[in-house]
Design a protein around this ligand. Structure first.
Ligand SMILES: Nc1nc2c(ncn2[C@@H]2O[C@H](COP(=O)(O)OP(=O)(O)OP(=O)(O)O)[C@@H](O)[C@H]2O)c(=O)[nH]1
Length: 518
């Protein structure tokens, strides 16, 4: 080999060694074992390289790296799923912000695509952090000026000036819950000024102070309602008790009166027997017809007197008994009326507690009860049972563009439409907000898919008009059947995941066990 060629080879070797040393330093931190081996390799390649020792080291490293590849793949899967959770959480928090919601949806779509190398995860991480930062900043803008300016300066990391709203993850769920309570109370008391004020402020947006005050107002209403309900129940029970006492007194008087009448009749009968025996004595002892006639006349007179007295007593007793019986009858009638009113009221209350005030559909409690029955039937008799979740698309925009009242009206119309499109053995309830849940027994998934798609198309074709503007209302659906290992919760979660997929894939879609490929 020529000296020049040797020189070039040496230079290349040095270059390659330096590159390997740098590259290995870059990968440091991956695992202790690989770190140690990389350090050894760097030792062999630095200064005057020792290639035979380096080859041993590379051999060891190859083995370790093969093993680590499996760990790395699992790490990638875990990380992507953690990122997906974080994105879903974020999406829930920013549900009112269309721009951010769109960005998080895009990110979720990316997270669903296969991750080819570890650096893609790094990019996904960076994007997730950026989105969280944007969300945090947007939330800060909504704060009071002091808190916001503190945040702008980024000087206060102690969180002293931060609002409860930012620190409290339940803020939004309280807001939604308050919305529901207000909706149900507004139906009961449409003219209540306080309620209408809160409703208006809810539409305009509330800070945490107003939210707390409104919660207190609603709590007071609930307590007052419960107390007046309890006092009404108390009054009804007292009145029933009083009526029962009176009926019981009537029964006692009737018994006493019958007893005294019986006594009088017995005494009268004894008297009659005595008169008859006097006649008998007179007949046997009389010596002349005249005397017999005289004595018989006296006895018959006495007999007639006693009989007439007894007749009077009987009449009087019967009249008293009749009066008592008729008093008793009217008290029993009142009692019956009271109990039937009360029974009706209890039935109404039971019905109310299972009915959504706005849409008049069964509510979540009714759904849970119905699900329990449907599930035990399905377990006992086989067949099939499916849960479908329906959510109106872009419902917030209806509220935003045409007002809360238009939103409420839409919910009522859509509820009625959905109910009308189900048969008697199928069930629908309002799950909350603009979300509904259906129970569909004994139908194949193909039939469910077809039925839900028909409902979806019919809804999309329904003419809605707000403020002279024609508006298309659509909904997304997720439906799944109970499987062997399913619980009532796992089925709902799966249906909800399908619904989420329908939303992600563009809305106005039905995703079922047939079409879901999550
Ligand atoms: N009018 C009215 N609005 C309600 C009621 N319950 C919940 N909402 C509103 O429904 C909206 C739901 O909005 P989002 O969860 O963002 O859903 P969306 O706009 O339908 O968007 P997607 O579901 O993603 O298609 C929120 O603005 C709630 O305030 C209600 O009883 N009446």
């Amino acid at each position: 080999m020529e000296a020049k060629q040797l020189q070039t080879l040496k230079q290349n070797n040095t270059l390659l060694c330096q590159f390997i040393v740098k590259l290995s330093a870059f990968y440091e931190g991956f695992s202790d074992k690989i770190d140690t081996e990389l350090k050894i390799l760097r030792g062999h390649l630095s200064g005057t390289p020792n290639f035979s020792l380096a080859a041993v080291s590379i051999e060891k490293l190859n083995k370790s790296l093969q093993h680590q590849e499996i760990t790395l793949r699992k790490y990638s899967v875990d990380t992507v799923s953690a990122l997906e959770d974080a994105m879903k959480q974020l999406q829930k928090i920013v549900f009112e912000d269309n721009e951010l919601k769109g960005l998080t949806t895009q990110e979720l779509i990316k997270l669903n695509q296969p991750v080819t190398d570890i650096f893609s995860i790094y990019k996904l991480y960076a994007k997730a952090i950026a989105l969280h930062r944007i969300a945090l900043n947007k939330e800060m803008v909504g704060l009071s000026p002091v808190a916001a300016s503190n945040n702008d300066a980024k000087s206060d990391v102690s969180g002293q000036a931060r609002s409860v709203k930012d620190d409290n993850p339940h803020y939004r769920s309280i807001l939604v819950e308050l919305n529901h309570l207000i909706a149900s109370y507004a139906q009961k008391k449409p003219d209540d000024q306080q309620l209408n004020d809160i409703k208006k402020r809810l539409d305009q947006g509330m800070d945490e102070d107003q939210l707390l005050k409104s919660c207190v107002v609603i709590l007071r209403m609930i307590v007052q309602d419960a107390m007046s309900e309890a006092s009404l129940t108390g009054k009804v029970i007292q009145s029933l008790h009083r009526s029962l006492g009176e009926v019981s007194n009537d029964v006692n008087s009737t018994i006493e009166s019958s007893q005294s009448q019986f006594e009088q009749r017995r005494a009268g009968n004894e008297q009659l027997i005595r008169h008859i025996s006097h006649i008998e004595e007179a007949v046997s002892e009389s010596q002349s017809f005249e005397r017999l006639k005289e004595q018989t006349q006296i006895c018959v007179k006495e007999l007639a007197n006693t009989l007439s007295e007894q007749q009077d007593n009987d009449k009087e007793g019967q009249e008293r008994l009749l009066a008592l019986l008729s008093a008793m009858q009217s008290r029993i009638d009142t009692l019956q009326q009271q109990t039937s009113i009360y029974k009706k009221k209890i039935a109404e209350q039971a019905m109310q507690s299972r009915t959504d005030a706005l849409t008049r559909l069964p509510n979540r409690q009714a759904y849970n009860e119905r699900l329990e029955t449907a599930y035990s039937n399905y377990k006992a008799n086989g067949g099939s049972l499916a849960v479908a979740v329906v959510d109106i698309d872009f419902f917030k925009s209806i509220n935003d563009r045409f007002g809360h009242a238009a939103g409420d009206k839409t919910l009522q119309v859509v509820s009625k439409f959905l109910k009308q499109n189900l048969s008697d053995n199928e069930f629908i309830a309002r799950w909350g907000g603009e979300e509904f849940v259906m129970l569909l027994p004994d139908m194949s998934m193909q039939d469910i898919d077809k039925k839900l798609n028909e409902i979806r198309t019919k809804l999309a074709a329904m003419p809605f008009k707000f403020k002279q503007e024609k508006v298309k209302i659509t909904a997304s659906f997720g439906a799944t059947c109970f499987g062997e290992k399913d619980t009532t919760e796992s089925v709902f979660e799966r249906a909800d995941e399908y619904l989420y997929k329908a939303k992600r894939d563009g809305r106005n879609l039905v995703v079922t066990d047939l079409s879901a490929d999550l």
